[in-house]
Write a protein that binds this ligand. Structure first.
Ligand SMILES: NC(=O)c1ccc[n+]([C@@H]2O[C@H](COP(=O)([O-])OP(=O)(O)OC[C@H]3O[C@@H](n4cnc5c(N)ncnc54)[C@H](OP(=O)(O)O)[C@@H]3O)[C@@H](O)[C@H]2O)c1
Length: 294
């Protein structure tokens, strides 16, 4: 089948525009569509072709990348008779952020309509797209991945294919986001702590950046312990960590600052100590998380 372009991008928000720009930079012919037109203008100047509607965009290329705010919005665009007809036999790459369950539902929907489906998750900001150190996780049928791999590699130097289990890309992305947002909360509390002690906050950023490799090594060690379910011989025990967290709560109380983050952390570490894991590695806190299911 003769296609008008190599790839279509539906959704031209901050991320969709960055993806399109990177695809164009790599010499691809790109068709684009967005609900509102102004965001397409600069990309048209760069050589992208604006489709009249989402169905025409889907029809124009063998690979169709979707990047809108969320899956509900993606569904509202995709689930029309015209778009489904246009997508049949094509590869739909869903790069909007969602949950593993949303990925499973999307794949089942696509499969029932003879649309090849890949689910992806972008672990990068728009300015990092097209750069070697940004990461995109992808899961889905291997043959579809292989057919779109070179296009996806235009978007980032690090396309991580996680296999055919369709929920894997969003699960890994959410695990990464869990780590990111957990660290952010701790960082913001740390900044507030410094403010309350009359110290400069600006120095906290470079200090955290310089310790990042050591923290990364600690996380690798924790992941290994959790994978083996083996928490003996700690270098710093769970009890030591729990005491550190309690000090955060104490300082917050002494200076009357917001104490939600230390309270939350003290509660979880406290549960692990009460359960008898104090002399094990901090990663033994995983046993508390496993015991708590809703
Ligand atoms: N920005 C980041 O740093 C980042 C990083 C990783 C992943 N992501 C993911 O990438 C996806 C897009 O993010 P973004 O930063 O590009 O967001 P954004 O700048 O807010 O753009 C949102 C996109 O969704 C479209 N949209 C919103 N509501 C719509 C509706 N009711 N009907 C049709 N289209 C609608 C917008 O169209 P209009 O232009 O017409 O409003 C626009 O194309 C999200 O899932 C986000 O989680 C973003």
């Amino acid at each position: 089948m003769q296609h008008m372009s190599d790839v279509s991008v539906i959704g031209l928000g901050q991320m969709g525009r960055a993806l399109t720009h990177a695809l164009l930079e790599h010499g691809n012919h790109v068709t684009i569509w967005n609900r509102t037109r102004p965001k397409a203008e600069s990309l048209i100047q760069e050589g992208a072709v604006l489709a009249e509607n989402a169905a025409s965009a889907a029809d124009a290329s063998p690979v169709v990348i979707m990047c809108v705010a969320d899956y509900e919005i993606a569904d509202s665009i995709l689930k029309t008779e015209e778009v489904v007809a246009a997508l049949r036999g094509r590869i739909l790459v869903q790069l909007s952020t969602g949950s593993p369950q949303q990925a499973r539902e999307s794949e089942a929907w696509a499969r029932a309509r003879s649309i090849d489906y890949l689910d992806g998750a972008i672990a990068a900001t728009p300015v990092q797209i097209g750069k070697p150190n940004s990461t995109i996780f992808v899961s889905g049928v291997q043959a579809a991945f292989q057919r779109s791999e070179s296009l996806l590699k235009s978007l980032t130097g690090n396309v991580v294919y996680l296999g055919e289990l369709i929920g894997a890309a969003s699960a890994v992305d959410l695990a990464f986001l869990s780590y990111l947002f957990g660290s952010m909360l701790g960082f913001f509390h740390g900044a507030r702590l410094l403010e309350a002690e009359g110290l400069q906050v600006a120095s906290l950023g470079p200090m955290i950046a310089s310790t990042a490799p050591a923290i990364g090594a600690m996380m690798k060690n924790s992941a290994d312990a959790i994978a083996r379910d083996a928490y003996e011989h700690p270098e710093s025990s769970l009890k030591i960590c729990a005491e550190g967290v309690e000090l955060l709560l104490r300082q917050a109380q002494e200076t009357h600052i917001n104490n939600e983050f230390p309270k939350f952390a003290t509660h979880l570490f406290g549960k692990a100590v009460t359960a008898g894991y104090g002399n094990e590695k901090a990663a033994a806190l995983m046993k508390v998380l496993r015991a708590d299911a809703h």
